[in-house]
Ligand binder design. Structure first.
Ligand SMILES: Cc1cc2nc3c(=O)[nH]c(=O)nc-3n(C[C@H](O)[C@H](O)[C@H](O)COP(=O)(O)OP(=O)(O)OC[C@H]3O[C@@H](n4cnc5c(N)ncnc54)[C@H](O)[C@@H]3O)c2cc1C
Length: 494
């Protein structure tokens, strides 16, 4: 143990790191710093809100109680607290059916508990951590003298590195979250633009505020308190595919790694050599149907966006298929595709993936539909809403916000999300995530998955974990004086 004098002396010499945002990405950053037994650094964490550890989507105060995550406890990437033990100690041990996912507020509480635990344990190792809640960071920059940032008009200087973990949403600009449901009770018409998970949240929040779900699983019915209608408008007209377990992905990944060779340099060759054989092995029925298709065609076929498809029928078929696959102990095709994309992202083959996206060939929105992982409980509720005629979907353009304004007698909710390509073109004013990839070596790291526009898979907690593991490694090398190329990003407009 260091004496106080020794500690102060070492404190004065040691590097300082700033972290912007205290959401899930930062929880994982702290976790990897903790795992690497980091001791000789000071960390300042700036968080725009009063909440620590949960970020936007999992905020227990604002994610309405019935909003579900797509995370089964086993899907949460490893953290220091064990979910089941934490759950038993805090809420008396709720038991989870095998195919049930957690509510987002529960995930948020769990993340927040880990955040506090990690800070406490790092401090015990003499890492000095200052958390600044209610501090909105307006500017980040890097100079020869180090990195600095401005929060609430004041400059904080002298950082060896800054990690930008500000997520997708700039708190200053507003967001569809939290859904201020109480304002909408009693309205006759709701129009929702977008059909992703955000839209599903909006639909279910309106439904829960204006009626009740009763019964179980297939027999679930909806009783509205009055007659009203929710119309969903989106280019595909369908909802994301169903949730799938990810705990078996290591099996698929191991198989794919075994087939990997140096010659595989294009996305198509990787797909043929790694993904198709895995589909043949784990999902033979699916493989037989798509064996001759290219990746994008196969994905369109599997997500039923290749031809026009009715959202209600798609949900119904998927729920039936899900029950059948699970009862036979088979794999879901999404597990294989997800494992394949994750493998590319993590295997140093990044550039191939990026070039696909730059040629506009990579179907990001399509992957979102394929791997969106709609919770089963939510899917059953959507079906119940279709049955009562409360919900209908329509394929249509939602290109401009003018289209949204042309529904004067409806409650209109914009659940389109932010398209990564838009952010890259520099025409977006959301300065908190105006991050652009370029070839410059910098000590400002982008750790929020939403800022990594070249990510192939959907940004969830697994991506937060992966990105921040790499950043933690870079930070540790840096504090140890290893001169390696750091994350290649620059900041624009901040
Ligand atoms: C509606 C919704 C549902 C989701 N459901 C799931 C799910 O079920 N499963 C899953 O794995 N993933 C889900 N995700 C994705 C998941 O939320 C993200 O991958 C994850 O939250 C990203 O964490 P983050 O820390 O990068 O960003 P965030 O969670 O956005 O946290 C960023 C933090 O930074 C703070 N901040 C922002 N700007 C500033 C600033 N300028 N200065 C200081 N602080 C700032 C914010 O207040 C916030 O606390 C969902 C996302 C959304 C939007």
């Amino acid at each position: 143990m260091l004496s106080r004098m020794e500690m102060l002396a070492s404190v004065n010499e040691r590097p300082k790191i700033a972290v912007v945002g205290a959401g899930p990405a930062t929880v994982y950053l702290l976790y990897h710093l903790y795992q690497a037994r980091l001791t000789s650094v000071d960390i300042d964490i700036f968080e725009a809100s009063a909440y620590q550890g949960c970020g936007h989507a999992f905020n227990p105060e604002t994610s309405y109680p019935n909003l579900l995550s797509n995370l089964h406890p086993d899907d949460i990437p490893s953290l220091p607290l064990n979910y089941y033990e934490w759950n038993a100690a805090t809420v008396g041990g709720e038991s989870f059916p095998p195919h049930s996912v957690l509510s987002r507020s529960t995930v948020g509480r769990f993340l927040a508990a880990n955040f506090l635990w990690l800070i406490h344990e790092l401090e015990r190792r003499h890492v000095v951590i200052n958390v600044y809640p209610d501090h909105f960071v307006e500017k980040l920059c890097e100079s020869e003298n180090g990195c600095q940032l401005q929060a609430d008009g004041r400059w904080y200087v002298g950082y060896s590195a800054i990690v930008n973990n500000t997520g997708l949403i700039n708190p200053a600009e507003g967001t569809p979250y939290p859904l201020d449901v109480y304002r909408y009770i009693g309205q006759p018409r709701f129009t929702i633009f977008g059909s992703s998970l955000t839209a599903v949240d909006a639909i279910l929040t309106i439904a829960q505020a204006n009626g009740q779900f009763a019964g179980e699983a297939q027999d679930l019915i909806y009783r509205p308190n009055y007659t009203y209608n929710i119309e969903v408008v989106s280019p595909s007209g369908v909802f994301p595919n169903l949730w799938y377990p990810s705990s078996r992905q290591w099996q698929i990944t191991t198989m794919m790694k075994g087939r990997f060779t140096e010659e595989l340099s294009s996305f198509d060759s990787l797909y043929e050599a790694l993904c198709l054989p895995a589909l043949a092995c784990y999902c033979p029925d699916v493989y037989r149907q798509i064996a001759r298709m290219k990746f994008e065609t196969a994905l369109r076929f599997l997500t039923q966006t290749y031809t026009c498809c009715e959202a209600r029928r798609k949900l119904h078929c998927e729920l039936l298929a899900f029950d059948a696959i699970e009862s036979q102990g088979r794999f879901h095709w999404q597990e294989v595709i997800d494992a394949f994309l994750s493998l590319i992202e993590t295997s140093g083959l990044h550039l191939n993936a990026v070039s696909i996206r730059q040629n506009n060939r990579f179907p990001h929105a399509l992957t979102a539909k394929a791997l969106g992982a709609l919770p089963i409980e939510s899917a059953r509720k959507l079906l119940a809403l279709f049955v009562t005629g409360t919900l209908n979907t329509r394929q249509g353009s939602m290109a401009t916000s003018d289209a949204i304004k042309s529904y004067p007698h409806h409650v209109v909710m914009d659940c389109r999300g932010v398209k990564p390509e838009k952010r890259e073109q520099g025409n977006n004013k959301q300065s908190a995530h105006a991050v652009k990839f370029c070839e410059v070596t910098t000590r400002i790291f982008a750790g929020s998955p939403h800022q990594r526009t070249n990510a192939l898979t959907l940004p969830g907690l697994d991506t937060c974990n992966r990105l921040n593991r790499t950043i933690a490694k870079n930070l540790i090398d840096m504090t140890n004086g290893v001169n390696r190329a750091l994350s290649t990003i620059s900041l624009e407009g901040v």
